[in-house]
Ligand binder design. Structure first.
Ligand code: DX5
Ligand code: ZN
Length: 211
């Protein structure tokens, strides 16, 4: 499968966000990963739909919006209206029935829909909803902050998932040139990376090394 690289803007310089997006786009990024945190589901607060609306003007790349928030169904519409192309919710925050309902709505609007699971959440939790979604986002850190160390248990999870799921498998947290190899071997094909890409002196080199 084609490997897609999704720089996470959590590690970007927010005083220059538009320039940062243009920089990763020019360096060959495939998606822009946008981390939305509410201070409830995770112990950090980041950005809302208003920021998505403005960064939409800065790049042609699809905006991959990762909702680390409680009650995501309440806010999905606002993030779609703001210009999101892909929406990810956490399985820890929604019921299977709700995922089914959201998948119908998002499909009608041409939005790709994914479900994420925390390091401590087993694959069995998402099995019932795999038929409703376009991709799975495997967390390889506990969500909340950029720059954390990769949790190795994610590898087994990706491998188990790849055996039963043929669509995109994304991985998020602690991705660098070393861990990228491991997750690709295990079957992941979308790599979200924040500190490794935005902390690099040579952005293009960093993106190519992940690919
Ligand atoms: C973590 C976020 C990640 C994070 C990745 O809660 O969902 O997308 O920004 O950052 P790095 O690549 O630095 O681990
Ligand atoms: Zn993320």
């Amino acid at each position: 499968m084609k490997i897609k690289i999704a720089p996470s803007i959590l590690s970007a310089d927010f005083s220059n966000l538009c320039a940062e997006l243009k920089k990763v786009e020019a360096a060959g990024a495939d998606l822009i990963h946008v981390d939305v945190m509410d201070g409830h589901f995770v112990p950090n607060i980041t950005i809302g739909p208003v920021v998505v609306k403005y960064i939409r003007k800065c790049t042609k790349l699809p905006l991959d919006v990762h909702l680390m928030i409680e009650n995501p169904a309440k806010y999905i519409g606002a993030f779609v209206n703001a210009g999101s192309d892909m929406i990810t919710v956490h399985i820890e925050t929604v019921s299977a029935a709700n995922i089914k309902a959201q998948s119908v709505k998002l499909k009608a609007r041409g939005i790709k829909f994914g479900v994420s699971l925390n390091p401590s959440t087993p694959i069995s939790k998402i099995k019932p909803v795999l038929k409703y979604i376009d991709f799975v986002l495997v967390m390889s850190v506990n969500p909340g902050f950029g720059g954390q160390a990769f949790i190795i248990g994610a590898i087994t999870k990706i491998r188990q998932l790849r055996a039963i799921f043929k669509k995109d498998i994304a991985v998020d947290g602690g991705i660098n040139d070393v861990t990228a190899k491991l997750v690709k071997e295990a079957g992941a094909n979308v790599l979200a990376a924040g500190s490794y890409i935005f902390g690099a002196k040579n952005t293009k080199k960093a993106i190519n090394s992940l690919r």
